[in-house]
Design a protein around this ligand. Structure first.
Ligand SMILES: [Zn+2]
Length: 138
């Protein structure tokens, strides 16, 4: 697929993990994130009927475990050659709350595009804005 201004190395990393590590029905999606320091962190989902995490959330935790607390771009790729898959609603909300400036690579009719996470959540609920007991910044 033809791409514009997209982090192709990141897409390739997720694609490679999806192709080589997603075997069976427990791991069906791979994700890769570019951290602010330039490194790429990858992960796969841990499917379970109790609500196992999507690949994007596994990447967030894995990145933190490696000391990468600021992510700039993320992409998820499905197994069995499904290509780039957009994040589910839960991940959109979680990613926005963790990384408000995050870019997400999505497939469009014009090819892959990186879009701000906020663009995937119109009329966004911002969790931090509703923590009324938090100390005020004044
Ligand atoms: Zn998800």
């Amino acid at each position: 697929m033809h791409t514009h201004d997209v982090d192709q190395e990141l897409v390739d990393a997720a694609t490679e993990v999806a192709r080589t590590r997603c075997q069976g029905d427990r791991h069906t999606m791979a994700a890769a994130a570019r951290a602010a320091d330039g490194r790429i962190v990858t992960g796969v989902n841990a499917y379970h009927f109790t609500g196992g995490p999507c690949a994007e959330l596994v990447v967030v935790g894995s990145a933190a475990a490696q000391g990468a607390h600021d992510l700039e771009t993320i992409v998820a790729v499905g197994d069995r050659d499904r290509g780039v898959v957009p994040p589910c609603g839960r991940c959109r909300q979680a990613l926005l709350d963790y990384f408000p400036a995050l870019q997400i690579v999505v497939a469009t009719p014009d090819g892959l595009r990186a879009v701000p996470v906020g663009d995937l959540l119109p009329h966004t609920y911002v969790w931090a804005d509703h923590q009324l007991d938090a100390p005020s910044p004044s």
